[in-house]
Design a protein around this ligand. Sequence first.
Ligand code: ATP
Ligand code: MG
Length: 230
Amino acid sequence: MILLSDVSKTYELGQDRTVKAVADVTLEVRDGEFLVITGRSGSGKTTLLNLAAGLTRPTSGTVTLDGVDVWSLTDNQRAALRGRKIGFAFQFPSLLPSLTVLENVLLPTLFAPNGEDDGTTDRAMELIADVGLSEKVRAYPRQLSAGQQQRVVIARALMNRPEVLLADEPTSDLDEHTETEVMDLFRAIHRSRGITIMMVTHSSDLVHYGTRSIAMASGQVVAERDLAHA
Ligand SMILES: Nc1ncnc2c1ncn2[C@@H]1O[C@H](COP(=O)(O)OP(=O)(O)OP(=O)(O)O)[C@@H](O)[C@H]1O
Ligand SMILES: [Mg+2]
């Protein structure tokens, strides 16, 4: 469970000008929920996601991950915790162009504490099959459609068996049909793995995929909707 308590993030713009990207947000991301975050450009969605991920240090407030205050840890401890618990599916292109699909999916294991083991390649192949890309294992990203590339990003995000999957506008570069396919994949992953998902989206049409949604404006959470029983 991720808990943001009274969290703010202020950026210094120079000449005494600052911007409060996230302002006094308290938010509990509950285990197993599919939380969708909406809001206009500049409302603080990406900053909130990066705060929840322990990637951005809050200017004030605390971020705890399963009870651990992530900014009380050393850089290495925090990186290890992130690597164990969190998978990232941010806006592509984030695949490495010179690596094949399989090699891209294997990337996170290079940084994992236990590194590669005998089962690693098998697991990557399974995940690639799960996202429907078995025939593309040896393909390079440029040989894939946008939707297929996003599927690889999702498979890669699941490689280290994260408890939480964070996604920042994962469908913003996709046409409507492909967007639906990728969102259906997120839904299937959520249902079959019981994983927690926190997703930022530009499109209010996608809110119904979540079990809960929050809307942001000017760095604050201005609305919340429970969708689990809708
Ligand atoms: N590294 C940074 N330095 C300075 N200002 C920043 C930085 N990152 C974000 N901001 C500012 O903080 C505010 C929130 O930005 P953020 O990227 O979180 O918005 P967003 O809701 O994700 O927007 P979008 O929908 O366009 O991705 C914006 O005013 C932005 O300009
Ligand atoms: Mg953003």
